[in-house]
Design a protein around this ligand. Structure first.
Ligand code: NAD
Ligand code: LMR
Length: 333
């Protein structure tokens, strides 16, 4: 029996994510928690003719603990989204506290669950969860994931567009490494399963990289004050959740980029640190998944000079974001 939980389940991401999870045969029970509307969302989803049993709770009467009870995987899209003119870091003030409190609930109720963090700024919220778990003496770095899958999904789509064949988009695989905001998002286009034309101009390459790095801004601008990516994020969040669940059920060889603590695999971390030329506590790289979570953090491998420059630009920003999250999380301790 597998139980999945969504925290922030009544939101723009939470609702379509819950729908996709309810549609999956991988899940037997679905718990939904939010500060509003979860009983309604749960009642609605419970009429769908798939096996997963759905329950929704609000904060009163220990709603968080009730929702989390028995969870194997907890996905967190709770928190505020951006409006035009804001950076993801501008969300820290509000979302840091939300994520800290939810992490406290998870550490208390289901410390062994896999935790998948969507709430922004991911570069900082993932370290907050880790610090809360450390405070409770239950931190297992193999079980904590920052969800960067939307960057991977965007890279696949934009590369397929560039190749002039959108039917390729579900087949194109591009590792996207680093973190999840602006210059910390580094698409390794040279490792694309479907190579770009060798004749691509430098300008076109730069435009493509920029579009992957700032794809979120495109959506924020188009939504014009009504929030950020929700539907594509729900798709990406479900895709990553399904990979984690397939690995949990024993499938081998599943690899996906995710923003993880480098404590999850010390040998992998050593190789990655050598490639990066500096130590970082968190980084998104291709990660091999298994029944206990992270099995292996893969190194970047062969990258181009242009990609090396992108990595160099990402590192200081990433280090700053990590320090902000660790600082907040440590205070919370
Ligand atoms: P939203 O406002 O539509 O939904 C957020 C939900 O969280 C709301 O239903 C709200 O009631 C709930 N919430 C707030 N405080 C809560 C708490 N303490 N406990 C439980 N639920 C709580 O926002 P959204 O568009 O769904 O975005 C959610 C978050 O996801 C934002 O921080 C956004 O920046 C982030 N996001 C991340 C990615 C990514 O790639 N990782 C992509 C898109 C959005
Ligand atoms: C995204 O990449 O779409 C999300 O992180 C939301 C945002 O703020 O851009």
């Amino acid at each position: 029996m597998v139980k999945a939980v969504v925290l922030g389940a009544a939101g723009g991401i939470g609702q379509p994510l819950a729908l996709l999870l309810k549609s999956s045969p991988l899940i037997d029970e679905l718990g939904l928690y939010d500060i509003v509307n979860t009983p309604g969302v749960a009642a609605d989803l419970s009429h769908i003719a798939t096996p997963a049993k759905v329950e929704g709770y609000l904060p009163p009467d220990d709603g968080l603990a009730k929702t989390l009870k028995g969870a194997d995987i907890v996905v967190i899209p709770a928190g505020v989204p951006r409006k035009p003119g804001m950076t993801r870091d501008d969300l820290f003030k509000i979302n840091a506290g939300i994520v800290r409190d939810l992490a406290t609930g998870i550490a208390t109720a289901v410390p062994k669950a896999f935790v998948l963090v969507i709430s922004n700024p991911v570069n900082s919220t993932v370290p907050i969860v880790a610090e809360v778990f450390k405070k409770h003496g239950v931190f297992d770095p193999k079980r904590l994931f920052g969800v960067t899958t939307l960057d991977v999904v965007r890279a696949s789509t934009f590369v397929a567009e560039k190749l002039g064949d959108l039917s390729l988009s579900s087949k194109v695989v591009v590792p996207v490494v680093g973190g999840h905001s602006g210059v910390t998002i580094v698409p390794l286009l040279s490792q694309s399963s479907h190579p770009l034309p060798a004749s691509i101009s430098e300008d076109d390459y730069k435009t493509l990289v920029h579009r992957v790095q700032f794809g979120g801004d495109e959506v924020v601008k188009a939504k014009d004050g009504a929030g950020s990516a929700t539907l594509s994020m729900a798709y990406a969040g479900a895709e990553f959740s399904f990979k984690v669940l397939r690995a949990l059920k024993g499938e081998k060889g599943i690899v996906a980029p995710s923003y993880v603590s480098l404590e999850a695999d010390s040998a992998g971390a050593a190789l990655l640190t050598k490639e990066l030329g500096q130590e970082l506590a968190y980084f998104s790289s291709n990660v091999e998944l298994g029944q206990e979570g992270v099995v292996k953090i893969n190194p970047l491998g062969k990258i181009t000079e242009a990609e090396q420059k992108l990595i160099a630009a990402a590192l200081p920003e990433l280090a700053k974001n990590i320090a902000t999250g660790v600082g907040f999380g440590t205070e919370a301790r």
